[in-house]
Unconditional design. Structure first.
Length: 385
């Protein structure tokens, strides 16, 4: 009897170990599309120009992992500026010819087509500061009626999004794709297959997943200079409040010890001449683009604008911004001239255009003198297969 019982126990242990081995072999495999800032991919709801613009210079040094949607500094942006046109997105989905797209879009967020306007109005435009995993939804034609095509995507820091009341990514602005949290994906144990072009700062283990914690009344984001900015939920930037810059600690002044010795007569000092200030140098700037047009199937098309900034003397630091034909501007940048005579520096800006039209960029010098360059124009004409 004892031998029989021992045999049964042995077989149970073997069965349990075998089940564990099978489970270990069934490791979760996840395909993730890499979508860089300025690139939306092929499965999109709309290619309309002006819906949203990604913004460079917004990445932080987070190691990745889970982050709460209400975390201070999780997102970026620029005070009193929006990277997303919510009204244009709503008007696109309200067009009668886009009814199928509107139904598919609304279904992702569990609402009716008639509720799209109210829902989008409640969202807040922000910019990712971390490479973020999302469940993306592009539009795919299927028979007489289209549907939302679901796939996991890693959005690069700098991508402009709309977030919901919990701070969760809800829409990618540049293409209107609805987004959801990648629930059910465990990046620590899953086997992840990344597809698409990798960006320079891409690291496999440096992925952020935004989780729901509590409703957000005011989103506190970081601007490119590191300042904290408060944006009330559902607003587009016009009610932003700069909460203050990051200031280094100020050292307390060292008290001067009192002297007990008898005062001595002060020596007579000869007046030193006041050094004269160097005149502010003249700054000129010119922008070019080459080629000036493109006709073909490449989409999106990455066009690079080149600016040449000249100064009549130095040393001097020039602060400038790139401005675009869609009414947006890139974060301010600086270039330093260390010499004393006439000098020039070359700067560039790349724009991923996704729809037919004429695009221009110019440079606006903010200091030491205010001046705006010419507008360099580029024409894009996409030819479909």
């Amino acid at each position: 009897m004892r031998r029989h019982t021992a045999w049964i126990m042995t077989m149970l242990v073997v069965a349990l170990l075998g089940r564990g081995a099978v489970a270990a072999c069934r490791r979760q495999v996840v395909d993730v599309a890499l979508l860089a800032a300025g690139y939306v991919g092929e499965l999109i709801f709309t290619a309309e120009s002006g819906l949203g613009d990604d913004e460079s210079g917004q990445a932080d040094d987070s190691p990745g992992g889970d982050a709460a949607g209400d975390e201070v500094g999780l997102y970026g942006g620029t005070a009193r500026k929006t990277n997303c046109n919510k009204e244009q997105l709503v008007q696109f989905l309200e067009k009668p010819e886009n009814a199928d797209k509107a139904d598919a879009w609304a279904a992702v967020h569990g609402i009716q087509r008639t509720q799209i306007r109210a829902y989008v109005t409640s969202l807040t435009p922000l910019v990712l500061r971390r490479d973020t995993l999302v469940k993306n939804h592009g539009y795919q034609k299927s028979g007489a009626k289209g549907k939302a095509a679901v796939f996991y995507a890693l959005l690069q820091a700098g991508v402009a999004i709309l977030v919901d009341r919990f701070g969760l990514p809800a829409v990618r602005c540049a293409c209107g794709n609805p987004l959801l949290s990648p629930d059910g994906v465990n990046l620590r144990s899953a086997e992840v297959n990344y597809t698409g072009a990798q960006w320079a700062s891409f690291k496999k283990g440096r992925t952020t997943v935004v989780r729901k914690r509590k409703p957000v009344v005011t989103h506190v984001f970081r601007d490119p200079a590191g300042n904290s900015v408060g944006r009330p939920a559902g607003t587009d930037g016009r009610q932003d409040k700069v909460l203050g810059p990051r200031q280094p600690p100020t050292a307390s002044p060292t008290p001067t010890p009192s002297r007990t010795a008898s005062p001595e007569p002060s020596p007579t000092l000869s007046a030193s001449p006041t050094p004269s200030r160097s005149p502010t140098p003249t700054v000129t700037v010119k922008v070019t683009v080459s080629p000036t047009s493109y006709t073909g199937r490449e989409w999106p098309y990455f066009v690079t604008f080149t600016g040449v900034i000249k100064v009549t003397g130095g040393p001097v630091t020039v602060r400038y911004v790139w401005i675009r034909s869609n009414g947006t501007s890139l974060p301010a940048q600086t270039v330093t001239f260390t010499g004393t005579g006439p000098q020039q520096r070359t700067v560039t800006s790349t724009w991923a255009v996704i729809s037919d039209g004429t695009y221009w960029q110019a440079i606006r010098i903010q200091s030491p003198r205010r001046v705006t360059s010419n507008r360099a124009s580029f024409e894009y004409d996409r030819r479909f297969p």
